[in-house]
Design a protein around this ligand. Sequence first.
Ligand SMILES: [Zn+2]
Length: 78
Amino acid sequence: MTESWISCEEVVESLFEYLDRELDNHTSVEIERHLERCHDCFSRAEFERRLRERIADSGQQQAPEQLRRRIRDMLERF
Ligand SMILES: [Zn+2]
């Protein structure tokens, strides 16, 4: 890992904010650069993105916090 790159941990921690576009521009760009190079994080981001699309499509609003926690547990087991 080069010093200027953010770590996988930082990407995972900021992933939800990134997908919600709640991050500042600089951090988003850092994450995008990381995702381009890191297959693991890219897979996680894609997985999460698709899951969100599916939830949005089905119009479900059930316990988002609980869902988040479950996803986070899942990701940590990778
Ligand atoms: Zn990574």
